[in-house]
Structures are given as C-alpha cells and as structure tokens.
Design a protein around this ligand. Structure first.
Ligand code: GLV
Length: 323
C-alpha cells in the first residue's frame, strides 16, 4: 500500500528499501522547523521524528491522516502519547537499537568525570601543565566503587553488566518497574532511592522522563549523596535540577558530574558550562554509526508495519490495535 512518509530531519541512512513504495518527504539537510514540518505533514500517513520535535495536539491536528509516529529515540517524552492514542495514531520508539552504545557512553562519562579527563585535556592543551606531581589532578576511583542506577531497563542493565568488570557494587531503583529477575540483575540489588543516594559513589540516571522523574535529582537528592560522589546523566536533562547541581558542585559537596543531556537542549546554562568539574557531551549517547543506523531502520520498519495495518514491533500504545 502506498503512503506518504515525512521525516522531520534528513537521515544519513538509506531506509528506502524498508519503506518500500511510499512518497517520502524530508529536508535536504538538517531538520524542518516547526512551520515547515506542519506544512510537510498535511496529508501524510506517517511521521519519523527526532526527539526534538514536540508531537502534541497541534501537530496531530495538522496531520489528520497520520497513522504512525516513529520517534527516532528510545525516550518518547516529546510525544503526547495519550493524544495520539485518542486519535488512533500508533507511536513507536527504538528500544534495543542503542542500548549498548548508550551503556558504553555512560562508562565514558563515568570514567571521564571521575578521573577529570576534560580538565586534564584542557590543562595539557593550554601549555600550562608543569609536569607530574603527586597531588596533581586527583580524581575518584571507579574500580570497586559503589554504583547506583536510577532506572533499570535495558540501558541500566547494560551498565550493570559493564560495572561487574570494574568490580563495582551495583544498586538500582526502578520506579514502579518490576524487580529484575536474578539473571537480568547482573548482581545488582534493588533498593529505595534514599539508600541508593546515601551509599553510591557514582549515581547514574537511566530512567525515562515522566512526572515522577522530573528533577528526581534535586537539591535534596544531591544533599543526600555522599560527599565527593559523581553524578552521570545519559537519560533526560530534566531529570536533574541543573541549578541545584551547579550549587552542589560549587560548594564542593559533589565531586564531579558527567552530563550528556540538558533540560533545555541545546541551551546549557552558563554556570554549568563554567563549572570545571562537569564533563559535558552533546547528547551523544547513541551516537555510533551502528546504533543510529539501527534506530533509522527500526523507525522505517515501524512505519512500514503501520502502513500495512500491522502493529509495529516497537509500538508503545498497542491498545490502538485492539478491536
Ligand atoms: C536518546 O536520547 C534516546 O532517547 O534515544
């Protein structure tokens, strides 16, 4: 069956063989701005969109023929799923495609923040490095440290697997999610958030952004963390109160932070950018060629399925297919 597929951004992967016979609209480079996206959507059947696109009532209203929104991300807090469901629009994401890439990146940030890699790089580049000294550039141990994972889905579990190689003690919270069976827990133990914060040398976020996790790391949570602890966020920026984080770093309570995500991307508050103990990354957790190709292909398969009247494997609102 033919259909019209709009992509909110140019995708550097060939998904045409998966989409099959469709009319495909996408910008030649970069992304459509909001007005151009709404104009392109018009009579479209399917939308492939980035996590930067707010798929809200207004967008759904502008595209009354839409049958599926394939979000080029595992997190889909940018999509009003309830509104899509009311209109019978399937919403799909890309679980599994980026699990290992994001877990790798979590460890890059964890190690980089704990061992002050960006600061060291800046020092060497500046030409001001005076040579090896016993008290210079001291960081925190990662091997054998206590790791607390907030969120224990695919990515949290993949981080726990890596942590075993570093002999870390791993604890996790999982919101309203189930206790992971022993074979998926990788030696990690489920605890309450208070205990996780109080006992962890490193706290790493792997939860979706929901009303319950918005600013889950606020001033009180930061104060409850161990002095010198490291915070890592590869989830969503709004899970952390950025002003409170800067304050905790500035007064020396927190040792370091590694952040891949920010509350108002791409804006990063000046005090955070000025903070030497923060390692900053441009939302690159899934940025490997393999992961991004899999994400594109997962989106294309979701679109193809929905156009064929089937539920996409990665649908998050399967109830729209129940008659
Ligand atoms: C990236 O942040 C994603 O949710 O895939």
């Amino acid at each position: 069956m033919r259909g019209t597929v709009v992509s909110s951004a140019a995708l550097p992967f060939d998904i045409a063989p998966i989409l099959g016979a469709v009319e495909y609209r996408a910008p030649a480079t970069g992304s459509f701005d909001r007005a151009a996206l709404l104009a392109a959507l018009g009579d479209a059947d399917a939308l492939i969109c980035l996590l930067t696109v707010a798929v809200d009532e207004a967008l759904l209203e502008a595209a009354p023929g839409l049958r599926v929104v394939a979000n080029f991300a595992v997190g889909y807090d940018n999509v009003d799923v309830a509104a899509a469901t009311r209109r019978g629009v399937a919403v799909a994401n890309t679980p599994g495609a980026l699990t290992e890439a994001t877990a790798d990146f979590t460890f890059a940030l964890l190690l980089g923040a704990a061992r002050r890699l960006a600061e060291g790089d800046r020092l060497v580049r500046s030409g001001a490095w005076t040579g090896w000294a016993p008290g210079q550039h001291l960081g925190a141990d990662v091997f054998g440290a206590e790791l607390g994972l907030i969120g224990f889905g695919r990515i949290g579990q993949a981080v726990a697997r890596r942590a075993r190689g570093f002999s870390m003690t791993v604890r996790y919270t999982n919101g309203s999610g189930a206790v992971a069976p022993a074979d998926q827990a990788h030696g990690a133990v489920r605890v309450e958030l208070d205990e996780l914060l109080a006992r962890s040398d490193v706290v790493s976020l792997h939860c979706p952004l929901t009303p319950a996790t918005r600013h889950i790391i606020d001033a009180a949570a930061l104060a409850a963390m161990k002095p010198g602890a490291v915070l890592v966020n590869t989830a969503r920026g709004a899970c952390v109160d950025e002003a409170a984080l800067v304050a905790a770093l500035d007064r020396g309570h927190l040792g370091a932070a590694g952040l891949d995500v920010f509350e108002h991307e791409p804006a990063v508050p000046a005090p955070l950018r000025a903070c030497a103990r923060v390692l900053l990354a441009p939302h690159a957790g899934s940025a490997t060629t393999t992961a991004r190709r899999r994400m594109a292909e997962t989106c294309a398969r979701a679109v193809r399925a929905a156009l064929d009247g089937r539920a996409p494997e990665t649908v998050v609102n399967p109830e729209i297919y129940q008659t």
